[in-house]
Design a protein around this ligand. Structure first.
Ligand SMILES: N[C@@H](CCC(=O)N[C@@H](CS)C(=O)NCC(=O)O)C(=O)O
Length: 228
């Protein structure tokens, strides 16, 4: 667990001192952090959101690396320490706000199913998508990076075929129960066009995306991220 920042005045990134009661959430627009942001808002959590500017490369600044040494968003400062990784943050928000009913907390199998879905999005779908913008993580040669980018429509398309065919129960990811998995799927599905994957190939996922978009809480978070 990363150490909390030292006592002191708020910095440009909004680093608080110790003795926190309110959650502090670090995000950048158009990123996977959207899922956790929706979860916090839907849960009615007591949090403040701090934008990390990718344009200014703030995610790589020494100040932010003290919060998340991985140099990524999202990150969530809690009273007990700092959490990173979307599936972990989603589960934490759901478990600490049980009244919001954002996860099947009373059912071990369904919880595991939720975590299996979220893990697939995190470890496979997101990574397939990252080959378009972040191919430099895996290869130095421009020709290798180009080859990776070229493969993204196929690999991301195959992931969503599997979600559509096997993993999505409907009307929500887990069936009748709405959960944080819906926020996560919505977030990653919103990248389809940019990855040159036609959303209409996946009718259930496309309908789910429209339903999520029509949710006032989702609208509020999207507006807040666009405005800040
Ligand atoms: N496995 C992490 C991935 C986090 C991640 O890669 N976030 C991207 C945005 S979607 C990021 O911060 N990228 C900044 C960079 O690569 O410099 C999670 O699910 O939270």
């Amino acid at each position: 667990m990363a150490a909390l920042p030292p006592e002191g005045a708020q910095s440009a990134l909004g680093l608080p001192g110790t003795g926190l009661t309110m959650l502090t959430f670090y995000y950048a627009p158009n990123t996977c952090a959207l899922a956790s942001h929706i979860a916090l808002e839907q849960a009615g959590a007591d949090y403040r959101a701090v934008r990390v500017s990718f344009a200014k490369q703030e995610q790589r600044s020494p100040e932010y690396l003290r919060i998340n040494p991985k140099g990524r968003v999202p990150a969530l400062i809690t009273e007990r320490g700092i959490l990173t990784e979307t599936p972990a943050i989603l589960q934490f928000v759901a478990q600490t706000h049980p009244k919001a009913a954002l996860a099947p907390l009373d059912d071990a199998f369904e919880m595991a199913r939720m975590n299996a879905f979220n893990s697939y999005l995190c470890a496979t779908v997101h990574v397939a998508h990252a080959h378009r913008m972040r191919a430099y993580r895996w290869a130095d040669e421009p020709v290798a990076q180009e080859a990776m980018k070229k493969k993204v429509p196929q690999t991301v398309g195959e992931c969503f075929e599997l979600i559509e065919r096997e993993l999505f129960s409907g009307p929500w990811v887990l069936g009748e129960r709405y959960s944080v998995s819906d926020m996560y799927l919505f977030t990653l599905a919103s990248w389809l066009e940019a990855d040159s994957v036609e959303p209409s190939r996946f009718p259930q996922v496309a309908a789910h995306r429209e339903r999520m978009r029509a949710d006032p809480v989702v609208g509020r978070v999207l507006a807040a991220q666009a405005a800040a």
